[in-house]
Ligand binder design. Structure first.
Ligand code: FCB
Length: 447
């Protein structure tokens, strides 16, 4: 559904030092698949029927060869920082780390702070998050990257969205590695969290002082006041929000969850100490709230994902809201609700927050729907700041249209349009809008 809302009043000023940026990830933009080892995403996309349009990320935006042009786009936008991801299979390949060396140099020369994510779902083939050893292997790889880039990179992100990677990749099988384990996927969550904790230690050992994680979160709205709907919504909230944030911020799993994790009770307890290594900031990826009710005894199609009937909840449509081309509802105030809710839930244990992703998929170069979405969310974020939440940054997903996982190239999240035939980049109206917003934020107020 199109919206005509056009921002009229200027976005209020964010605190000094607020970090404005855009995000991407390696598998979604780099291409140059022949110059690195395969990841689980290469294996997954090679299976017929896994990706909606049958595409692969072998070329994607060809960012590997066109990174200079892309850094120039970042500089033109005027962002403070760029969140990208380092591909583990590329680092494991001869000369792979050289690419990130060049990229980081180019960013520094353009005055854009590099903010690498060390794992954004492209696990090397042969490794498996169901195996505990993968966490130790991750920490070794992180040390190698930190050793090489740490002289120019200050701000690090360990993992991207372990919740989605567990749910979509290991429980429901709609993302790589394509497993349909439902609740037997929980070890993949625990091992990613352990990998995070070990990575924080590895980064600290390499001298890092600015370390965070990017987790996907959203408010969960019960479908009604009916106790069965409330119970289902609480359970969903536990899966999406608490199962990942609680261990990181409080050193404990929510009640009943720790027992389901692999290893002895003492072993899980010891792991939790690693998982809860103090963070300098907490990254939140926010797209939309979820309305959840009691199970309905049937499969449900939701945002491109089919949810099996046996889950103890069902996802319901949020009515009366515009939706993006992906079918996700546009609910900016959900971001204020999420952040104030997190502050209330975690209190002093919540470190400063950075929004590490927020964005929407819409077609077209004259993307006023995207402008309305982003404008609404930036204002909602400001309301969270006014309500006392310590928010330090905001990153738009994404700089470029890219390979949107199981949706292939069918969903366009970029501020910059990419023609996937010619690989030509064309800034959209939203690129100009974001550039102007950033310029306005930097203008010194008169009087
Ligand atoms: C997030 C992912 C990111 C992108 C956006 C749309 O869940 O982290 O890679 O796919 O959704």
């Amino acid at each position: 559904m199109a919206t005509d809302a056009r921002p009229t009043t200027p976005v209020p000023r964010f605190p000094d030092g607020f970090l404005w940026g855009v995000s991407t990830s390696a598998h979604q933009i780099e291409g140059a698949a022949g110059l690195r080892g395969p990841s689980v995403w290469d294996a997954f996309t090679a299976e017929p029927g896994r990706v909606r349009d049958g595409s692969t990320a072998a070329v994607a935006c060809d960012h590997y060869h066109r990174y200079r042009e892309d850094v120039a786009l970042l500089a033109g936008l005027g962002v403070d920082a760029y969140r990208f991801s380092v591909s583990w299979p590329r680092v494991d390949s001869p000369g792979g780390l050289d690419f990130y060396d060049r990229l980081v140099d180019e960013l520094c020369a353009a005055g854009v702070r590099p903010v690498p994510t060390l794992f954004h779902w492209d696990l090397p083939v042969g490794l498996d998050w169901l195996e505990r050893d993968t966490a130790a292997r991750f920490a070794e790889y992180v040390s190698v990257v930190a050793e090489r880039l740490g002289d120019r990179v200050g701000k690090w992100i360990t993992l991207n969205e372990p919740a989605e990677h567990t749910l979509l990749g290991h429980a429901l099988g709609v993302h790589a590695p394509g497993r349909e384990l439902l609740f037997d996927a929980l070890p993949a969550a625990h091992h990613q969290l352990l990998a995070h904790g070990l990575a924080v230690r590895a980064l600290r050992a390499a001298g890092a002082t600015d370390v965070g994680i990017a987790n996907s979160h959203g408010p969960t709205w019960p479908a009604s006041d009916d106790p069965a709907d409330r119970e289902a919504a609480d359970f969903y909230d536990l899966l999406l929000n608490r199962m990942f944030a609680d261990p990181l911020l409080t050193g404990r799993y929510p009640e009943g969850v720790g027992e389901l994790m692999p290893g002895s009770a003492e072993g899980v307890e010891a792991d939790l100490e690693v998982i809860a290594e103090p963070l300098d900031w907490y990254g939140v990826n926010y797209y939309a709230p979820t309305r959840v009710g009691a199970p309905q005894g049937a499969e449900i199609e939701f945002g491109g994902v089919t949810l099996p009937a046996e889950l103890p909840f069902s996802v319901r449509r949020i009515e009366g809201r515009p939706v993006t081309d992906f079918g996700w509802p546009v609910v900016p105030e959900g971001l204020t609700e999420l952040l104030t809710g997190f502050r209330d839930r975690y209190g002093d244990r919540l470190p400063p927050v950075v929004i590490t992703e927020n964005g929407c998929s819409y077609e077209g170069l004259d993307d006023h729907d995207r402008i309305a979405y982003l404008d609404g969310h930036v204002r909602a974020l400001h309301r969270a700041v006014e309500a006392g939440v310590d928010v330090r940054g905001y990153f738009v997903w994404s700089l470029l249209d890219n390979f949107e996982w199981a949706e292939g190239y069918a969903r366009r999240f970029g501020l910059v349009h990419v023609d996937f035939e010619t690989l030509r980049r064309t800034p959209k109206a939203s690129y100009g809008w974001f550039r102007d917003l950033l310029a306005g934020q930097r203008r010194v107020p008169v009087g």
